[in-house]
Design a protein around this ligand. Structure first.
Ligand code: GDP
Ligand code: IMO
Ligand code: MG
Length: 422
């Protein structure tokens, strides 16, 4: 039971990158298990902000091993750019990062198809990050994928051409202009960058390290409400973002899972389309967006903001089997005289416990109002020193969910993290 899983409980951007980085000192290995360059995981230390897309958030700790698991989809062009922007030389990073042979590649055709599909959707756009995620996972499950382990094959170029031909055939039915050469150049340069790294059957490595007693942290991307099965389909991503995804995305048995850390913001945000019951369209929403700097780490898009949604949070806790809750961005909520929490839903006018499976129902949030807090809390280092009103807010969440809040993040920096032993 030495593989802990950390994942988002809302619509992504809960602060996974920051918290994984802050937790890394107590782990030997950090392993990403799903998603791809649609993720944007930010972390800050020494007054510098870093945004990671494909690379696990333990990478800045030189003595830790980072793994990109089989469940991740890799765009070699994004990978190369990210490696080059990290800081340490490639020769150093190759010691810290290992990639699964079985991780599927995002091909230039996938990115173009993603854009063509979105363009064709008219008003029903998903709001995809357009990184090629959907088409890459589609090819994976329809058994048409190219994988990281394939790049060393002698016939790799022929295989690539075969996939490209197939993508171009599909694209013929779309009235969509694209510049393939521009994508291809960066992509093949990325393939050369990937060749510097160890590409191995990481499922053996993870299981062997676990058997030897190494402590492993599985890092999720996106959030439970964007899960392809349990999110607000079709306004979701294309992978299983939930704790079960860590098993399939790393090749581990559920028996090995230890703690399941569920991370959530003290309010909610969402980028892209889809239902968001507690969304605020007023000045309060603007305050949360501006104070919380709620602009996408990957696309720069303004994030939609709203109050904390407990029915959604409870659903996520249930699906994931969360053992400990981590709350971020409590500092952003400072300054409101009163704050609201959605404690239940009215679905089509009736009190309802469940999240509807489709998006046709009218969901009306039922709010509980609480007293806010005013203090600047970012300098606080101990849980007990947090404002009384914030502690009451946390108590209410714990009471409603039945899960303890064991970490409170009070700022973007690695140091602005309060762990609580309960
Ligand atoms: P991720 O995708 O879950 O890793 O989250 P993102 O990095 O996309 O978005 C979270 C944003 O909030 C980033 O800009 C972080 O630097 C920032 N952040 C994380 N935790 C806190 C916090 O407790 N307070 C504040 N003010 N910002 C935070
Ligand atoms: P992190 O890991 C927030 C959203 C997109 C879109 C939908 C589908 O940083 O939390 P996709 O590109 O996967 O086809 O987009 O999912 N989305 C995210 N929203 N954070 C993310 O990742 C996201 N990754 C995808 O905005 O609505
Ligand atoms: Mg993000």
């Amino acid at each position: 039971m030495n593989i802990d899983i950390l994942l988002g409980l809302q619509w992504g951007d809960e602060g996974k990158g920051k918290v994984v980085d802050a937790l890394s000192p107590v782990y030997d290995v950090v392993a990403r298990f799903q998603g791809g360059p649609n993720a944007g995981h930010s972390l800050e230390f020494n007054n510098v902000k870093h945004v990671l897309h494909l690379i696990p958030s333990g990478i800045f700790h030189p003595e830790k091993l980072n793994i990109i698991g089989n469940g991740v989809v890799i765009d070699p062009a994004v990978f190369k750019k990210e490696i080059e922007e990290l800081g340490p030389p490639v020769s150093e990073l190759t010691k810290r990062l290992i990639i699964s042979t079985r991780a599927n590649l995002i091909l230039p055709g996938h990115r173009i198809l993603d854009a063509a599909y979105e363009c064709n959707k008219g008003a029903a756009k998903i709001g995809s990050t357009l990184k090629g995620i959907g088409p890459a996972y589609t090819d994976k499950t329809s058994r048409n994928g190219l994988r990281a382990g394939d790049i060393l094959r002698k016939d790799f170029r022929e295989l690539y051409d075969k996939h490209l031909k197939r993508h171009l055939t599909i694209l013929k039915s779309y009235d969509f202009r694209f510049d393939l050469q521009e994508y291809e150049k960066g992509w093949f340069e990325g393939i050369e960058m990937l060749k510097n790294f160890r590409i191995v059957n990481t499922e053996y490595l993870v299981n062997e390290l676990s058997a030897k007693g190494s402590k492993i942290l599985a890092e999720g991307a996106q959030g439970t409400m964007l899960d392809v099965d349990f999110g607000s389909y079709p306004f979701v991503t294309s992978s299983n973002t939930i704790s079960a995804g860590a098993c399939t995305g790393l090749g581990i048995s559920p028996k090995l899972a230890g703690e399941i850390f569920g991370i959530f913001k003290a309010y909610c945000t969402r980028v892209g389309s889809g239902p968001f019951p507690t969304e605020l369209f007023d000045e309060t929403g603007n305050i949360l967006r501006n104070t919380g700097k709620e602009f996408g780490s990957t696309t720069g898009r303004p994030r939609r903001c709203g109050w904390l949604d407990l029915p959604a949070l409870k659903y996520s806790i249930m699906i994931n089997g969360v053992t400990k809750l981590f709350m971020t961005k409590a500092d952003v909520m400072s300054g409101f005289k009163t704050i609201k929490i959605c404690s239940s839903y009215k679905v089509d006018g009736k009190e309802c416990r469940e999240i509807p499976f489709n998006n046709d129902s009218i969901i009306e949030p039922v709010y509980t109002e609480m007293v806010g807090w005013n203090d600047n809390i970012s300098e606080i280092k101990e849980f007990d020193k947090l404002p009384q009103a914030l502690k009451k807010f946390i108590e209410f969440i714990e009471y409603q969910t039945g899960v303890p809040v064991t970490m409170v993040s009070v700022g973007p920096d690695r140091e602005e993290t309060i762990f609580r032993n309960i």
